[in-house]
Write a new protein. Structure first.
Length: 451
């Protein structure tokens, strides 16, 4: 990184950043209170609130959102007449999945091979630290030239929409000239990237019932309808032979015309086993950024250990459907529900329930904020030009903010590059990326104020 005062300040702050990220990662802030105590999420929220107060933020508040979680808000006034920038991150995390599969404890930040491992280290507690680093660097080098609002969401990973509904009910709260969403990631380590599209998503739970109760498979199997088999048939209907998503009435043929994703590189990033084929058709970028994708997230049925020779009376599954920009998530939900009902065999009773939803997003890359960010990233990443990429994941708040504040410019950056393995075991963050992106954000705020 080329020498400049902001970069030097960020570099000097990295030991503190590591210590703070370790404190934040230690909170088991999974916003599913059937799995983890609510006190863990409340502890993380209070940590963020205390950090904002320590940086001079006023009006720091824990917002009780309609889904039963808390988002942390803070406001830092700027110079007279200055623009306002909203910085977003979330402190809630995905469950660690199989803790035994982690090389080190998931809620204990651990350095290994030049990376920092821990659940939320990249997605998105690292984003909280990135914002703090950028602001501290500016304070140490002439001051922060814009008014800053920070919002740290408490349930982004659950898709339950608490902050979106709160923002709609309090439309002035998050109003800003520009929004920096710190929950995306570079295309690869060392390549500065702004995410310009996000797929939307819907979560649907499907329940299939065929019998009043389980039956002995020897006595009744062969004629009695098996609810688990019926569910498997219905789920299988959601994919074509090549693995492409096939939901009746949903277009699956769109193409991506921006930065492309080399297939061999994708195989390495996704850690696809030797001999196993990728699914779908078209380019990798088409498949993960421009087309719908269905995933069965879980199935409720008897585990193999302890299973009895029974015909199952009922079974259920949780299904995620990602939808590209241009597709309404609510309409996609209805198509998915109708598809499942139409493709469940043998007249089995089927009930579907939507439990989460978020709209897709497409940014306006012609706005002045994008040039300010490109100039900042050129300094933070010497010799590299800022790239535009899509992201297959969803950040439902983006569309809410775009609808509430149509004049606001929205940029997505962050720490979730492929090596971070977000949502998987052994999630990690690159400290070099944290350092560079913090410098880029600080310089962006300075460039944007001067523009």
């Amino acid at each position: 990184m080329s020498s400049n005062p902001v970069a030097e300040t960020v570099a000097s702050l990295m030991p503190r950043a590591k210590a703070e990220l370790a404190e934040l990662v230690a909170f088991k802030s999974v916003a599913d209170f059937d799995q983890y105590p609510k006190s863990e999420s409340e502890g993380a929220a209070n940590w963020v609130a205390d950090a904002l107060r320590a940086e001079g933020f006023t009006d720091v508040a824990l917002l009780d959102t309609p889904d039963g979680t808390q988002s942390v808000y803070g406001y830092l006034p700027g110079p007279e007449g200055a623009r306002t920038v909203l910085l977003y991150a979330h402190y809630d995390v995905q469950p660690p999945l199989d803790e035994a599969a982690w090389a080190t404890p998931p809620f204990e930040l651990t350095e290994r091979d030049g990376r920092w491992y821990g659940r939320g280290s990249a997605d998105c507690k690292g984003g909280v630290i990135m914002h703090l680093l950028a602001l501290r660097a500016l304070k140490a080098n002439g001051g922060i030239p814009v008014a800053v609002k920070v919002i740290a969401e408490g349930s982004e990973e659950m898709g339950t929409g608490g902050l979106e509904r709160y923002a709609e009910e309090h439309p002035e709260l998050l109003k800003a000239d520009t929004v920096v969403i710190g929950d995306a990631g570079n295309f690869r380590v060392g390549l500065p990237t702004v995410t310009t599209t996000l797929r939307g998503m819907t979560l649907v739970r499907v329940q299939v019932d065929t019998l009043e109760g389980n039956l002995h498979s020897g006595q009744f199997g062969g004629a009695a309808p098996d609810a688990l088999a019926a569910l498997v048939r219905a789920l299988d209907s959601l994919r074509a032979e090549d693995g492409s998503t096939t939901v009746d009435g949903l277009d699956g043929g769109s193409a991506w015309d921006g930065l492309q994703y080399d297939e061999e590189q994708f195989r390495k990033d996704a850690k696809v086993l030797d001999g196993v084929e990728l699914i779908g058709s078209g380019t990798v970028a088409d498949r993960i950024w421009a087309r719908p994708a269905v995933t069965v997230l879980g199935i409720d049925c008897p585990p193999v250990v302890g299973a009895t020779p029974s015909v199952q009376a009922g079974a259920r599954a949780l299904i995620s459907l990602r939808v590209p920009p241009g597709v309404d998530a609510a309409a996609a939900t209805k198509l998915l529900q109708a598809h499942l009902e139409a493709h469940t065999p043998w007249g089995a009773r089927v009930h579907t329930e939507q439990i989460g939803q978020g709209q897709a997003f497409r940014a306006d890359t012609t706005s002045p904020a994008y040039q300010a960010m490109a100039d900042a990233m050129a300094v933070a990443y010497p010799g590299q030009e800022m790239q535009y990429a899509g992201q297959g994941g969803s950040i439902p708040l983006c569309n809410t903010l775009a609808a509430l504040y149509p004049q606001a410019e929205i940029l997505l950056i962050g720490l979730s590059e492929p090596e971070a393995q977000i949502h998987a075991v052994n999630e990690s963050v690159s400290p070099e990326e944290l350092e560079r992106l913090s410098v880029a954000e600080a310089l962006f705020l300075r460039n944007y104020a001067a523009g």
